[in-house]
Design a protein around this ligand. Structure first.
Ligand code: ADP
Ligand code: MG
Length: 501
């Protein structure tokens, strides 16, 4: 029996291509909810889990009859800002709609969202691919609409409880065109979107607390075919790495289904990161099942062009601009600049350290962080027994200064970092305690070199007769005699001077 897929015959040797479109829910960093005065996020320093159950609710969040939603102006401003930062057209008139479904944690029986006329449309973002981030691919953003989050059900033995703290938390949903073709591209899209919404300050970016959650729509097709296959939607993955792995798994699963003569069904699947597989949750509703209609409690959202232009004018530096500035001002490699402009913990630490040291240290800081810091952290992550005190921006700033004023060599700086990471502590104190201060003192180095020259007449002869390579021997010996603490540039200079003299 010969198999076909989208009208093309296929077998085990067929090359399939993934088609991926992402829907990302971004929690807006407002203090109050989208339609009520209830707190939208825990008090500062608390986590969502610390917050007493059903503390952050009002009758609006609980869907009591007779209550009315009142739109949060700040949330609208944030949504517009996100739209402008992703090149969207802002609709001066948009409509809130009711999306109906029954969930116990959504007491109204519907979610207020936007449907026909969303706030933002037709944007894009650029992702960077290739070993050096040198390839740019533009991914279309179909729409960004505003909506409210649902509450949370807690299933216990034989009964369930509902926590409405999250019901009504303001979200934007950013929907991409199905233009990504690999898990890698999907990961790059998510990282860039994350970088943007955190850079413009509309999202706290706390992944653990679900501030940024992704639904991945995945289908496959034989390479060269332009039609789309049946897609599945993997719900609510909140780690970039897991999205990539979930898509990778899903692509292979769909390939197997097709090659075994099965039929793919449009469905919602969940990803289990421990088992690294997706499994079916429910068959997917179509839009008509939701019975969308304009919410009669909310008039159309009408914005003035002045308001939109004021938000545009106040947009802060975007990640792409930051990347270019890092390359220009600090001479960073493109890939390093991308990494450090991505809104990651490292990026923030880099910015703080540069602020402490001044931009002359940008390159040294980047090298310390990317070359050494990240390596230490990833080693510790793969080794659960490793102690991990973490780093502070001040440690990096102090160390960058110590490298640039030659207090420590680059080699010694790596030792300092390893200790700072494991045990914490002041960089200066670590340098002193471990005796890592570089010797740049002529009166200390001169006698060492003189002694080595005196002890090795044969090599001196060789050097003087033109064998310049022997220089390395003398420098090496002097390094050894100073336990690696000699300033290498100064040492070399002195050795040459003494040998010639
Ligand atoms: P829904 O709102 O029901 O999930 P949409 O049509 O709005 O459906 O599409 C949601 C997402 O699915 C979008 O990001 C879109 O790019 C993506 N998508 C649509 N068709 C496909 C497909 N065949 N394969 C992969 N992704 C798709
Ligand atoms: Mg969807």
């Amino acid at each position: 029996m010969s198999l076909t897929c989208l009208g093309v015959s296929v077998d085990v040797n067929t090359e399939f291509e993934a088609v991926i479109g992402l829907e990302v829910h971004v929690q807006l960093a407002t203090d109050s909810k989208i339609f009520s005065s209830a707190r939208a996020r825990p008090e500062s320093g608390n986590s969502v889990a610390d917050e007493a159950v059903n503390k952050n609710t009002t009758p609006v969040c609980a869907g009591h009859p007779g209550t009315l939603p009142v739109l949060n102006e700040k949330a609208v401003g944030y949504a517009v800002r996100a739209g402008l930062a992703t090149g969207c057209k802002i609709n001066l008139k948009s409509i809130f709609a009711r999306k109906h479904y029954f969930y116990p944690d959504s007491p109204k029986g519907y979610q207020i969202s936007q449907y026909d006329l969303p706030l933002c449309e037709k944007g894009f973002l650029d992702i960077e691919l290739g070993d050096e981030g040198e390839i740019t691919k533009r991914i279309g953003i179909t729409r960004i609409h505003m909506e409210e989050d649902a509450g949370k059900s807690l299933h216990l033995h034989g009964y369930s409880l509902v926590n409405l703290n999250r019901a009504g938390v303001p979200l934007i949903e950013v929907v991409s065109e199905p233009e990504m073709r690999s898990p890698l591209e999907a990961g790059a899209y998510l990282r860039k979107l994350y970088a943007i919404v955190t850079a413009i300050g509309v999202c706290d970016g706390n992944l653990q607390e679900g501030n940024f959650r992704c639904d991945a729509n995945v289908s496959i097709r034989p390479k060269g075919v332009s039609a789309f296959g049946t897609r599945t939607e993997i719900k609510n993955v909140n780690s970039f790495r897991f999205v990539e792995k979930a898509i990778e798994y899903e692509v292979e699963r769909q390939r197997q289904v097709i090659l075994s003569g099965g039929t793919l069904v449009q469905e919602t699947r969940l990803y289990d990161s421990q088992k690294n597989r997706t499994f079916s949750m429910r068959t997917k509703e179509d839009a008509e099942d939701y019975r969308y209609f304009p919410d009669p409690d909310l008039p159309p959202l009408v914005l003035s062009p002045q308001m939109v232009e004021a938000i545009r004018a106040a947009l802060p530096e975007l990640p792409d601009q930051k990347r270019d500035r890092y390359m220009r001002d600090y001479f960073l490699r493109r890939l390093d600049a991308i990494l450090l402009s991505s809104g990651s913990t490292w990026g923030r630490m880099f910015e703080e350290s540069v602020a402490l040291t001044g931009k002359e240290q940008g390159k040294i800081l980047a090298n310390l962080m990317i070359g050494e810091g990240m390596r230490l952290v990833s080693e510790a992550e793969s080794n659960p027994d490793a102690q991990n005190a973490g780093f502070t921006s001040k440690q990096f700033a102090d160390l960058a200064r110590a490298v640039s004023d030659q207090t420590v060599s680059v080699t010694a700086a790596k030792q300092v970092l390893a200790i700072a990471f494991k045990e914490g502590g002041e960089v200066g104190a670590i340098i002193d305690r471990e005796g890592l201060r570089q010797v740049s003192d002529l009166s200390a180095l001169e006698p060492v070199i003189e002694e080595i020259i005196a002890k090795n007449p044969k090599q001196v002869e060789e050097y003087r007769s033109g064998k310049e390579k022997v220089l390395g021997f003398f420098v090496g010996q002097a390094m050894k005699a100073t336990q690696g603490k000699a300033n290498p540039a100064l040492l070399q200079e002195l050795v040459v001077k003494k040998l010639k003299g």
